[in-house]
Design a protein around this ligand. Sequence first.
Ligand SMILES: NC(=O)c1ccc[n+]([C@@H]2O[C@H](COP(=O)([O-])OP(=O)(O)OC[C@H]3O[C@@H](n4cnc5c(N)ncnc54)[C@H](O)[C@@H]3O)[C@@H](O)[C@H]2O)c1
Length: 387
Amino acid sequence: MADAAQFLGIGLIGQKFMGRAHSNAFRQVGPFFGPALVPRLECVAGRDGPELAAFAARFGWRRSTTRWQDLIGDPSVGLVDVATPNHLHAEPAIAALGAGQHVLVEKPLANTLAGARALRDAARAAAARGVHAYVWFNYRRCPAIGLAWNLVREGRLGAIRHVRCHYLQSWGGPQTPASWRFRRDLAGSGAHGDLNAHSIDLARFLLGEEIDVVHGAVARTFHPLRPDPSGAAHLPSDVDDALAFTATFRNGAIGTFEASRVAGPHLNRNTIEINGERGSLRFDFEEMNVLHVWDAEDGAREGGWRRVVATEAGAHPWVEHWWPPAHPLGYEHTFTNMVADVLGAVGGHAPTVPLADVADAYETQRVLEAALVAAREGRAVPLADVL
Ligand SMILES: NC(=O)c1ccc[n+]([C@@H]2O[C@H](COP(=O)([O-])OP(=O)(O)OC[C@H]3O[C@@H](n4cnc5c(N)ncnc54)[C@H](O)[C@@H]3O)[C@@H](O)[C@H]2O)c1
């Protein structure tokens, strides 16, 4: 719903980590990409009134409200962006879609499979009315990942045998205070939904293949009690601090996935490696401008990993909108690149590298669920059983 076919009013829900990342992206996309549809930071909704007013002023939001419901159906808001804890994704997103507003929603899609399914159904009904709904799987928007996607599409890897994903962090030790992230009723799961969600999306996206069976999973809650932020007491934590699982894809490739918040000294080590008959790829977000490429045709004498720095305008997606060649991008650019593609898609131009829409993210949520069941029940779980 762009007014005067030029501005798209944005309503944001959530003002903390992702609220800041998204606000920055909405602000940067205009000057750097020059999109036909320009976001207007119309209204931000959060819970803490005084903090919210300061946030709104700093990031240039026109208005703020402590009731997210105020954004729904507001004629000045054409797109509602949901950046709240996982239990509060589906309800506002479904309400916005029902009001004919485009939606962006954070990952994982929801804290329960049922919530995710309800959102998928709402997005499907809204799509029939021309309403768009995308999910913030922003790692797809690293130029090195865009390059990887293109290489796989060009058949450079041949038949794919292995997908190996690690998403390792180390901030979740016993001194880390309790928060929504450690409550199953709010988050759905721990490191799994937080980190494996990204890995599953990247694996499905790069391969263009679905996982058909989760063969086994191990989940551990190493720290079942965490300090109350007030310091007065300890509160229970009932989510996984780490979860690892094995899977197979429909094309027969083997997938291994490991997510952890207690894997010191790793900081934000989001890695994916794909091994094929004719070539392999390796990516590590801690070195996000680099894609390691192996081509079997290089032969035994000179073969090996080639280190490609994906900062070349024209050769690597999104780079031409930023700095001269050889100047690296950072975390925040993944969000801005995604906003640029979303604005293009809303304006009728499909991006060259696909976005994750809600239906796509629902498939990732099914895999998350299958791994949780596998860990809980100690058995293999076919995805056909997780609908
Ligand atoms: N795409 C990514 O790489 C990425 C990274 C971090 C977090 N996330 C996801 O983003 C979401 C938010 O995570 P975060 O790190 O920003 O969390 P956070 O705790 O830093 O912020 C959550 C925000 O939601 C607000 N909120 C909570 N209940 C609300 C309500 N009823 N009405 C309005 N606002 C409310 C809080 O006040 C806060 O501003 C989560 O789903 C998380 O999984 C995604």
